[in-house]
Ligand binder design. Structure first.
Ligand code: 5AD
Ligand code: SF4
Length: 472
């Protein structure tokens, strides 16, 4: 048994990162059994879920989307805000019920919530029917933990460590068209509200040649798009023995010739001119940047530990807009950070009015146990925070629709990902600028980049029709 320890999880040393081969386990205990896997949270977690699925299938299981009919249940959890916890504990209610009639079902909880002390205490005390708790640092052990699992004993293996890098991880990828590729794990920024540096360890980059060969292999298998993943993609490479810049990695990935490259998430703090130059230079690097603002108030940004001011953010934003043709920029904003006043909030609104973001994810501050902001005095009533969120969303949605409306009548390339769920005469896909489009087009366009004439704009999507030319 190993329990999480948030104090340990905070520690950063200059201990060298170990690069290890990913171990795979096999066994016959689960042959022909069914697994139910549910993933919550960010793209990083989705991608971890693809690793978990691969481990489960390696043991001979097949996926099942009916909880009641599954033999193994895995919840891949998220800890970013309290409502992510609530969803998981809500789901555990259903599982508890199922365990009463089928005690042989094995339940495993992984992901970021498992890295939290309070959560594991809660699972031990109130959810003893959960068989396995594993963390973000030992996903590769899920297979062996399952093989060892006995229904009467809870096995908890969560490591609060800086972390290693595993290579040649097998994934059961959710799509055959777009793929995620990890480039840097962990986070060292320690924004005061954020639990991620505690749940995912220190910043550790994969070697450039490993990333490039993964992208090449994906391209050879017919993948059309890769999204390079990291909590801070632009911190890539600073921790490697031979330092590499994110711009160099981007350029090397662009040269593989894979049709589309995206990357998330960028931090406004160390986004260099060279990165902007490379994004502008290569046609296969998509003109789309997710650039979290969090707040437009310098006082709050400082309390958040974000390392930039409102003006520095705006300068970077305008530089991107002027140097990357047709770029779309989206953001994340937190309202109701401890001590945020109406005037702080208005500074955030000012940035929104100036940047006219293509889209944004907006959140009410959620205190995370163990983070500095959770201990800060917070006397703004929830109703006031909700009212600020509503005002903010109204402006965000307005500008999102405006940016969509500007595309009406234009022809734009769309990578088609699948059949529309609502209308079988339509397919859906994304523009280079990451806008969702429902297109009147035949199904044989799936997996291809097609020219689409945009006919209508909504707040969160576009409508369009195929405009003859198919690129590839
Ligand atoms: N409360 C509210 N939102 C948060 N985020 C991260 N931590 C918190 C928190 N404690 C938001 C940030 C981040 C996004 C992924 O989630 O905006 O960019
Ligand atoms: Fe969290 Fe800040 Fe790291 Fe993003 S940069 S994961 S918000 S600590």
């Amino acid at each position: 048994m190993n329990y999480p320890d948030l104090k340990k999880a905070r520690i950063r040393t200059d201990k060298e990162v170990e690069y290890k081969e990913n171990p795979m386990v096999s066994g016959t205990k689960f042959l022909e059994k069914k697994y139910f896997l549910r993933t919550y949270g960010c793209q990083m977690n989705e991608h971890d879920g693809e690793q978990m699925a691969s481990i489960l299938e390696h043991l001979g299981m097949s996926a099942c989307d009916d909880l009641e009919k599954s033999d193994v249940i895995v919840l891949n959890t998220c800890a970013i805000r309290e409502n992510a916890h609530d969803k998981v504990f809500g789901y555990l209610g259903r599982i508890k019920h199922l365990k009463k009639t089928r005690p042989d079902v094995i339940v495993a909880i992984g992901g970021c919530m498992s890295q939290e002390e309070g959560v594991v205490e809660n699972l031990k005390k109130h959810h003893p029917y959960v068989n396995i708790v594993f963390g973000t640092h030992n996903i590769h052990e899920l297979g062996s933990m399952l093989l060892d699992a006995a229904s009467e004993k809870q096995d908890i293996e969560v490591y609060s460590i800086e972390g290693d890098v595993y290579e040649h991880i097998p994934y059961k990828r959710a799509s055959e068209i777009t793929a995620w590729v990890n480039i840097i794990y962990g986070c060292d920024k320690f924004c005061t509200y954020c639990i991620v540096p505690y749940t995912r360890g220190k910043e550790r980059s994969r070697h450039l040649d490993e990333i490039v060969s993964e992208v090449e292999a994906l391209k050879n298998r017919g993948y059309m798009e890769v999204t390079l993943l990291g909590q801070n993609v632009n911190a890539y490479g600073h921790d490697l023995k031979e330092k590499v810049e994110f711009s160099e990695l981007l350029e090397a990935v662009a040269k593989t010739g894979i049709p589309r490259i995206r990357f998330v998430t960028s931090h406004p703090w160390n986004f260099t001119d060279k990165m902007i130059e490379v994004i502008a230079k290569y046609d296969n690097i998509m003109p789309y940047i997710h650039l979290p603002l969090q707040s437009g108030s310098d006082r709050i940004l400082k309390l958040m530990g974000r390392k930039y001011t409102k003006n520095e953010y705006l300068d970077l934003f305008h530089k991107m807009k002027s140097q990357i043709p047709n770029v779309s920029i989206t953001t994340d904003i937190i309202v109701g950070f401890p001590g945020e006043t109406e005037s702080d909030f208005e500074s955030t609104l000012e940035v929104v009015e100036e940047c006219k973001f293509d889209g944004a994810f907006t959140f009410i501050f959620s205190p995370r146990e163990g983070t500095p902001a959770a201990k800060m005095k917070d006397d703004t009533p929830l109703e006031e925070k909700e009212e600020r969120l509503k005002r903010l969303n109204e402006r965000i949605n307005f500008y999102s629709k405006e940016s969509n409306k500007r595309l009406v009548g234009h022809i734009t390339p769309v990578l088609v990902l699948g059949e529309s769920e609502k209308d079988s005469t339509k397919v859906y896909g994304y523009t280079d600028t990451m806008k969702l489009v429902n297109v009147k087009a035949p199904k044989n366009t799936i997996g291809k980049i097609i020219d689409v004439k945009i006919t209508d704009a909504k707040s969160f999507s576009l409508d369009g029709e195929i405009n003859e030319k198919i690129h590839s």
